[in-house]
Structures are given as C-alpha cells and as structure tokens.
Design a protein around this ligand. Structure first.
Ligand SMILES: NC(=O)c1ccc[n+]([C@@H]2O[C@H](COP(=O)([O-])OP(=O)(O)OC[C@H]3O[C@@H](n4cnc5c(N)ncnc54)[C@H](O)[C@@H]3O)[C@@H](O)[C@H]2O)c1
Ligand SMILES: NC(=O)c1ccc[n+]([C@@H]2O[C@H](COP(=O)([O-])OP(=O)(O)OC[C@H]3O[C@@H](n4cnc5c(N)ncnc54)[C@H](O)[C@@H]3O)[C@@H](O)[C@H]2O)c1
Lengths: 207, 207
C-alpha cells in the first residue's frame, strides 16, 4: 500500500520529470530532483522505491522510464479530446502547440462568438460558433474544456460548458469561477513562472 | 535562522497562495494548503511559524497577508520590465495579460523579424525589429526576456538575447536551451496543467 503522502507528491515529481523529458534530458539524480521540489533526496528515494527499481546508485534515474511509470499510476496515459472556448490569441496559440499531441492530448475544436472567426481553421482545428458546443461535444467526444475567453464572460461561458456536459475545465481567465462540486477545475496562471524567475533574479542580484 | 528546507518550500507556498489570491479567496486553512502541496499540515505550520504569526487556529491564514510576506522574503516585490521575443499568438497574448501588471511586471517591448508586424502596437506595447534588441534593452531597462518564437530558432535567439545583456530568460519553446551557467532560465510547459486535470478526470471516472 502506497502512503497517501507519497501519492500526493506524484504530480510534483511528474512536473519535474516532464520538464526534463521535454528538454531532452535522459537522467536525473535524486539530489537534483529533490532540490527542485524542496524535499530531501532520501524522502524522494523512499517515495520512488514503492514504484519499482528505477534508480542506479551514483547515476540517477532514467527520466523517460520514471515519467512513463508515474503517468500510468496517475492515469495520465489516456488520450483526451479538448475543446478550446475563445479562439483569440491564447486559444489559437494553445490549439497549435505540438506539446499537447506529444502527450496524447488532442485539441479537437475551437469555439467563439466572433462571426469573423467562425468557419476558419487553426491548423487542423476548426472554429465553430459557441451555440454548437453541446452538439460538437457529443459528436466529437471531447472531455476537457479550456477557457481562453475574456474575464468578463468567463462565468457565463462556464455555465454553458457545464450544461453541454463537460466535467473538466482548464481556466486561463483571471477570475474565480463558481462551479458545482463534481466539476474538476484547474486554474492556470502564467504569472507563477515569471515570478519564480524574478525571485531567482533578485537572489542573484542581491548576492 | 530559517532552515534551507523551509526556504526551498517557499515558491511552492507562493504558488498555492497566488492561485487562491488571484481567485479572490481570502482565507486558507493549513490542511487545505498542505494537501495541495503533498506535505503534512504540521510541517507547513512549522515552516510558516518562522515568518511570524499569521494563522488563527480553527480559521486558517489570511491569504493576501501571507502572500505579501512570502513575496518579500523571496524578493518578488520588485517591479521588473519584460521583453517578449516573438510577437506571435502566444507572445501577444502574454503582452496583453492583466495578471502581469497586477504583480508589478511590465511588458515593455515586443520583438519580431516579420516585417509586417514591426511598428505595430499590441495594446500599449510596441513591436520592434529583433535587431534593435540591445539598444532597446539599455534604453528601456528590461531585465527578463520571454521567448515565444518557434522551436527551430530558439537556440539562436537565445544567443542574441544573452549577447544583448539579458541574464534571465523565460522560455516557452519546446526545446532544451544551452545557456552559460550564470544565466537564469525558466522553462514553461503548459502541458503540466492539462495533464494534472486529465489525471483528476481519470481518478474521478475510475471511481
Ligand atoms: N492565465 C494566464 O496566465 C493568461 C495569460 C494570457 C491571457 N490570459 C487570459 O486568457 C484570456 C484570453 O486572452 P487572449 O489574449 O487570448 O484574449 P483575446 O481577446 O485575444 O481572445 C478572446 C477570444 O474570446 C472570444 N470570446 C469573447 N466572448 C466569448 C464568448 N462568450 N464565448 C466564446 N468566445 C468568446 C473573442 O471573440 C476572442 O476571440 C483572457 O481572459 C486573458 O486574461 C491568461
Ligand atoms: N510552452 C507551452 O506551453 C506553449 C504553449 C503554446 C505555444 N508554445 C510555443 O511558443 C512558441 C510560439 O508559439 P505561437 O503559437 O505564438 O507561434 P507563432 O507562429 O504564432 O509566433 C511565432 C512568432 O515568432 C516570430 N519569429 C520567428 N522567428 C523569429 C526570430 N528569429 N526572432 C524573433 N521572432 C521570430 C514569428 O514571426 C512569429 O510572429 C512556439 O515555440 C510554441 O511551440 C508553447
């Protein structure tokens, strides 16, 4: 039986390993991974020992093997179809991002209310009118709705998305959304990445 | 003296508090914050006790006070000027994002090589030709370079950015960049957010 504390650290391990993998790095030492996460390397090795024998003392862990294993445990190895609501700058940037396909995530359709955009293609992905959301969700089998609409309409769009049957929402709009308890909601704020960088810059400039 | 392990957990606390703050939530319990991070709530309370008396037993922590304090400790309360290289879909979406201004981050200029884009404005921010990077960096006092160019040119653009004097780079292109040791590099991969969501969806559908 894997302890709950270990299970809850898995998304953090996933994050670090995913970054190393997407950067093409094939081996990571436990010190490096632990340091990245602010935990001790002995805690990390203890956690990972529940999942098999991945580490080679003195060398480290094979990044892609470990990543694959963690993805399976976390149930991340499923292909998911994604609807993007709001075919603006951010929505179309996400629609074209090759990183998603690499992870079995398929942006299947875009939705907007701007007549000028309806019927256009973003790469292979078509832009439909928002009123087609329910039909397209059923027809194309989408499960995740990504919200890249203005903050002012985010709550009302959320209600439409839930009515259309989506149970999982990835929100980029800078507002707090009210959703029923059974809806899975992930809020994304890109500010965290740049503030982390700003912090490292301060420490470096300070020293 | 604050232990190193506590200091290294601060960016994780910052992340959670930042999300709660940006969602307008004003109080967070230690159980909720700890659960979010996969650590015990007693570890969390011990860490936070080094920074003063923020918690109210039975109620929780004041999110914006704690966030402000952590930002000061991490040196995140400095205003920073940002240059965005690659005025495409993602670059222009970031240029317009109000979340940055709210944190004292100012997108000061955009750069591109596409003649059709040079001289245009994205909101208040002008698009300059890449050849003006060094001059504008000095003239406008920018410190952080954000890379939103295609993967195929990321390494060569990085070299220009370093030559121009930038010491901090936030990279969105899905490639591993080679940089000298003194350069601070943050890689951003939006795939992590959606895979975390996909994981929760699997667990929910599985149960
Ligand atoms: N979380 C982050 O880190 C981050 C970063 C950048 C932008 N953003 C946010 O993402 C959102 C989109 O930003 P952007 O720069 O792409 O904006 P944008 O103005 O370029 O795009 C918004 C799109 O939404 C469409 N739209 C408006 N109302 C709609 C509705 N009711 N239904 C469907 N579509 C509708 C518009 O026609 C437009 O195409 C904004 O809320 C912005 O603040 C977040
Ligand atoms: N990390 C993530 O989560 C994520 C998400 C979406 C996109 N991306 C990545 O971000 C990058 C930009 O994506 P996009 O959808 O905005 O692409 P885009 O094609 O819309 O924009 C790229 C821009 O870069 C410009 N450019 C090309 N070569 C240049 C050079 N040498 N110097 C300066 N500018 C140059 C182009 O003229 C264009 O304006 C890509 O690498 C993409 O894979 C990453």
């Amino acid at each position: 039986v894997i302890p709950q504390a270990t299970i809850s650290r898995l998304p953090l391990y996933f994050r670090v390993l995913n970054e190393y993998n997407h950067l093409g790095i094939s081996v990571i030492s436990s010190e490096e991974m632990a340091g990245n996460l602010g935990i001790t390397s002995s805690q990390l090795r203890k956690d990972l020992s529940y999942f098999g024998d991945f580490g080679i003392r003195g060398t480290g862990y094979d990044v892609s093997d470990l990543l694959k294993q963690i993805k399976e445990i976390l149930g991340m190895d499923k292909n998911r179809r994604i609807a993007i609501i709001g075919a603006g700058k951010l929505g179309t940037a996400l629609a074209g991002y090759p990183g998603f396909k690499m992870h079995g995530l398929e942006v299947t359709a875009l939705f907007d209310i701007d007549e000028a955009k309806i019927g256009q293609q973003e790469g292979k992905v078509e832009i439909f009118h928002l009123s087609e959301l329910s039909n397209k969700k059923r027809e194309l089998g989408m499960e995740i709705a990504v919200l890249t609409i203005p903050a002012s309409v985010a709550q009302q769009v959320t209600e439409l998305v839930i009515k259309a049957g989506f149970k999982a929402i990835w929100n980029f709009a800078p507002v707090r959304l009210e959703v029923p308890e059974h809806i899975i909601l992930q809020n994304e704020d890109l500010v965290v990445g740049i503030l982390t960088l700003s912090h490292h810059l301060s420490r470096k400039l300070g020293s």
